[in-house]
Design a protein around this ligand. Structure first.
Ligand code: CMC
Length: 413
């Protein structure tokens, strides 16, 4: 309308290319043509991806085509990590080689152990993990060759071994357990990870190790979430992958993202009893606070991961005994699902609503929950980092802005 010219813009994948908008130009006024303005990238696809599919209206989540409901109990987390990263589930020989290559990453430099030990025990485990993971990159100099496929193939499995070893170290430091890694064993990844978290105890109850495996699987990827977007954006500068993934850990730490699992359990403790749920919900509706563990940018129906965690939680409670906070959580869900405020805004429990109760039942301190999420999401971060740096369309991430500041002015004389 402004220029009275007509433009033809192709529609591809139900999207238009934002760069095509720049052809719409008022030559008299603009150097760059029209841009799209999308704070928080609410309606902007920043990449193509073949890894994870979500239909938020129908509550569908698929990894490489497989519905999330089919994976836990049928395959283990390490197979799912392989699936996300390589596109197919591993065959027998591939699975064995993959597990061996992953294990090689568990050998952390002594200086990293000393670094973790140097933090006060009460330092937040996500802050410690972030610092130690970034530092680990400084010891893996070869990883800087991000465009060399041989280097990438050698480095990728090590990320998974290293994150489990590092999260174990951070949690042992937080809980005052000996820092030395538990003896190597032939157990599967999740069982070994469980031993990294609780080394002094007898072999874990298989129900608890299986529950950890399920939690790792369902948190392994979620397409362009805040932390994965951070990994892709930072990785686009061609920095080493440890630094790119450090950006993901930082993003995950936030209470609106992975830190919500910690925030939910703090909220449940604060509410304390079922009779205090209705006034708490009223305060949420007055916008005095958010209901943590509820709502999602993409899901406008029940988060399929929350359903799986709820079933897992019941199995865990059969072993550990139930939590008094379970009744509080169930009361919140029951009230919220019937209340117009939540119905109108399509707010349902998300993945973080029940996961913290499982971690609490396992005996983990509240501030360590997000470190387990980081270990799970490592699979997705690596898959997306690889996809991003091999995509010829992905230049360095550099969005535009709409400048709303002062016009040129002069300091004067
Ligand atoms: N409690 C109360 N109201 C909420 C909540 C909530 N948890 N979430 C959204 N709303 C309201 C929001 O105030 C807004 O209301 P109005 O239209 O009256 O202004 C409406 O719902 C739409 O919300 P939004 O802010 O546009 O939603 P968003 O897509 O920007 O945010 C979210 C998504 C996950 C950040 C948000 O729902 C939230 O803060 N939830 C609580 C934190 C949480 O559980 N995070 C975990 C997310 S899932 C896993 C992960 O990423 O780690």
């Amino acid at each position: 309308m402004r220029t009275r010219r007509a433009y033809r813009i192709p529609i591809e994948w139900d999207a238009i290319r934002a760069t095509d908008l720049s052809n719409i130009r008022d030559d008299a006024r603009q150097a760059h043509g029209l841009a799209s303005y999308d704070p928080a990238l609410v309606n902007t696809a920043s990449c193509t991806s073949a890894i994870t599919f979500i239909d938020g209206d129908r509550g569908v989540l698929r990894y490489r085509g497989y519905p999330i409901e089919q994976l836990p109990g049928r395959v283990r987390f390490l197979d799912v990590a392989y699936l996300l990263i390589h596109g197919e589930l591993p065959g027998g020989i591939e699975a064995r080689d993959w597990a061996a290559a992953v294990s090689s990453g568990a050998d952390l430099p002594g200086a990293i152990t000393s670094m973790v030990a140097g933090f006060p025990a009460e330092a937040h485990p996500m802050g410690v993990l972030l610092a130690a993971w970034s530092a680990l990159g400084a010891y893996r100099e070869a990883s800087k060759a991000v465009d060399d496929p041989t280097v990438r193939a050698a480095e990728v499995p090590r990320f998974l071994g290293s994150i489990a070893a590092l999260v174990g170290l951070v949690v042992r430091h937080r809980t005052g357990r000996p820092l030395a890694s538990p003896a190597a064993s032939k157990a599967d990844y999740s069982t070994r990870f469980y031993r990294e978290l609780f080394p002094a105890e007898a072999p874990p109850d298989p129900v608890l190790a299986d529950a950890l495996d399920t939690l790792l699987i369902i948190q392994a990827d979620h397409e362009q979430n805040c932390s994965t977007n951070a990994v892709r954006a930072v990785g686009s500068s061609r920095v080493d992958p440890y630094s790119a993934i450090a950006a993901g850990i930082a993003a995950l730490y936030g209470p609106l993202h992975g830190g919500a699992n910690e925030a939910v359990v703090r909220m449940l403790h604060q509410i304390g009893t079922v009779d205090r749920v209705p006034p708490y919900i009223e305060s949420v509706k007055r916008s005095e606070r958010k209901l943590m563990g509820f709502g999602h940018r993409v899901y406008k129906s029940y988060d399929p991961r929350a359903k799986i965690i709820k079933a897992t939680m019941e199995r865990v409670f059969d072993v550990t005994g139930t939590s008094p906070l379970l009744d509080v959580a169930l009361a919140i869900e029951a009230i919220a699902l019937e209340d117009a405020y939540f119905i109108d805004r399509k707010l349902y429990p998300n993945v973080d609503f029940y996961s913290g109760l499982v971690y609490e039942a396992m005996g983990l301190p509240i501030d360590t929950y997000t470190t387990i999420f980081a270990a799970a999401r490592m699979a997705g971060w690596v898959a997306h980092w690889l996809e991003g740096i091999q995509d010829p369309e992905q230049k360095i991430t550099r969005p535009r802005q709409v400048y709303v500041g002062r016009d040129a002015r002069d300091l004067g004389r």
